[in-house]
Ligand binder design. Structure first.
Ligand SMILES: *[C@@H]1O[C@H](CO)[C@@H](O)[C@H](O)[C@H]1NC(C)=O
Ligand SMILES: *[C@@H]1O[C@H](CO)[C@@H](O)[C@H](O)[C@H]1NC(C)=O
Ligand SMILES: *[C@@H]1O[C@H](CO)[C@@H](O)[C@H](O)[C@H]1NC(C)=O
Ligand SMILES: *[C@@H]1O[C@H](CO)[C@@H](O)[C@H](O)[C@H]1NC(C)=O
Length: 455
């Protein structure tokens, strides 16, 4: 018997956009925020001598003694110390402010709080030195700073892959100790489009997913001077084997299977895939699940993204039990752009405009205008051409997110029509999912709830 599977098209999955914290709030607001800004941390500590003979009570008291002095009163400590762990980890859970965390990290007893490059389990993992991660995606942009090979070891002896970067007219791409292999499987696409056969990313998706998994440390990474710091992937010293199996926004199962085949033969340890077929049927019809099963049998760990949206029925993809299915997440930083109304109400949205300022831009209030309230749907979304007959000059324009127009283009249309600023408001189903975009004018992307209030 043989099974014949239809060729499936996969679409690329994007994890959530980057969000950084920049304080655009006033000093006073920042201070009051940080006072209430308790977050829960798990604090891992060095095993004390005689831990096993220690009574729960004395262990608890010892943990308590490690809390910062700002929590010195017993009453405070009881509220702050949530759990004293005894058997499975040495440590405790506590509610702490950012400043307290910084102070505690300096204590000798404290092993780690989160991912710390100088101590704790992240460093002890050796940043995954020697591990080879096969990334099946749109290729990578090899001269991206995340793919420099400082601090990297040479490829392991078991590596049998190859590097197909070539010299082109303007740029020479080569593999290094970070990117140890790169191949392109574009048969399907080559029949339809003309395509550069080198595994260079022309879209950005593969560069994004690879650097998130294992980008090297990049000091001084920032977004228009905001959120300056060291960027890195989760496994910064792992090697990459790049398999370009997608182009434009599509990947074909013929190419994906060829990439899998090569990755297994080349000797990768991990395969990372951020794509899915939207009409997945049974597991035996799902080529990613099938290939992942064989890879798993050979000891290769397969990691896939679960999808870009949810929660709703069937919104998680790549959920075969032999795949590690990773849901989209976010981080605890935002670049906040606050919209302040004439009545004093304030709504925090997101935007990267103005690029270089960490100060409040809007000492000035603008008249607010909502186009499209007479039923012209296109103006409601500030579509191109739709603001012609509406006077938005010098005004803040209330635009609803539309399906047919990009967020950046909405800002461009408002600016071209003479608008001074834009409040970009989510559709109801997008809720609180807002983006830090480099708009061309002062703008704030607001939740649908904020939009309802402002309306
Ligand atoms: C490469 O060079 C060609 C010819 O000089 C030019 O047309 C093209 O835009 C260049 N491509 C890039 C990416 O710089
Ligand atoms: C970012 O921080 C680094 C030090 O960590 C510093 O050398 C650099 O100048 C900073 N860059 C910006 C744009 O602030
Ligand atoms: C922001 O700062 C960068 C670096 O200092 C500079 O190159 C850029 O022109 C500035 N942009 C604006 C809009 O001021
Ligand atoms: C809007 O349309 C005009 C005329 O077709 C075009 O020049 C302009 O680039 C368009 N603007 C946007 C943001 O698409």
């Amino acid at each position: 018997m043989c099974g014949v599977l239809p060729i499936r098209k996969f679409i690329l999955l994007f994890t959530i956009a980057f969000m950084f914290h920049v304080s655009l709030a006033q000093e006073g607001e920042v201070a009051s925020l940080s006072q209430n800004n308790l977050q829960t941390y798990i604090v891992y500590v060095h095993k004390p001598e005689g831990l096993h003979s220690m009574q729960s009570e004395s262990l608890h008291r010892w943990y308590q003694s490690l809390l910062p002095v700002t929590t010195a009163s017993t009453e405070h400590q009881q509220q702050r110390l949530l759990y004293s762990y005894r058997h499975v980890v040495t440590g405790f859970a506590a509610r702490l402010t950012g400043e307290e965390v910084k102070a505690m990290e300096k204590k000798e007893e404290v092993l780690s709080m989160g991912l710390h490059p100088e101590k704790g389990f992240w460093k002890k993992s050796n940043f995954d030195k020697g591990v080879i991660i096969g990334v099946m995606d749109t290729g990578v942009l090899p001269d991206h700073p995340s793919f420099r090979d400082e601090g990297m070891s040479p490829p392991p002896d078991r590596w049998k892959g190859r590097c197909d970067f070539k010299q082109t007219a303007n740029r020479t791409f080569v593999c290094n100790k970070k990117i140890i292999g790169a191949r392109s499987f574009q048969v399907y696409d080559n029949l339809l489009h003309s395509f550069s056969a080198q595994p260079v990313d022309e879209i950005g998706h593969g560069t994004h997913t690879a650097s998130t998994a294992a980008g090297n440390f990049v000091r001084g990474a920032n977004l228009y001077n905001n959120a300056n710091g060291t960027a890195s992937g989760v496994a910064p010293h792992a090697h990459f084997a790049i398999y370009q199996v997608c182009s434009l926004d599509e990947c074909s199962s013929t190419d994906v299977l060829a990439g899998f085949d090569a990755a297994v033969e080349d000797g990768v340890d991990v395969i990372s895939i951020s794509m899915t077929s939207l009409n997945v049927g049974q597991l035996f019809e799902d080529s990613i699940a099938l290939a992942a099963f064989s890879a798993m049998q050979r000891g290769i760990f397969v990691v896939c993204s679960a999808g870009n949206s949810g929660p709703s029925s069937n919104s998680a993809y790549n959920a075969a039990p032999w795949i590690l299915t990773v849901g989209a997440s976010t981080i605890d930083r935002n670049i906040i752009a606050t919209a302040r109304l004439g009545n004093g109400d304030e709504f925090d949205g997101e935007s990267i405009f103005p690029p270089n300022s960490t100060k409040r831009l809007n000492s000035k209030l603008f008249p607010l205008v909502q186009p499209g309230i007479n039923g012209q749907m296109l103006s409601q979304n500030c579509n191109n051409g739709s603001l012609k007959d509406i006077n938005v000059k010098g005004k803040a324009v209330f635009c609803e997110r539309g399906m047919e127009v990009s967020r950046l283009d909405q800002g461009k249309v408002v600016k071209a029509a003479g608008g001074a600023a834009m409040l970009l408001v989510n559709q109801e189903q997008k809720g609180f999912t807002t983006y830090t975009d480099p708009h061309v004018l002062p703008a704030s992307h607001l939740s649908s709830a904020a939009g309802l209030n402002i309306r």
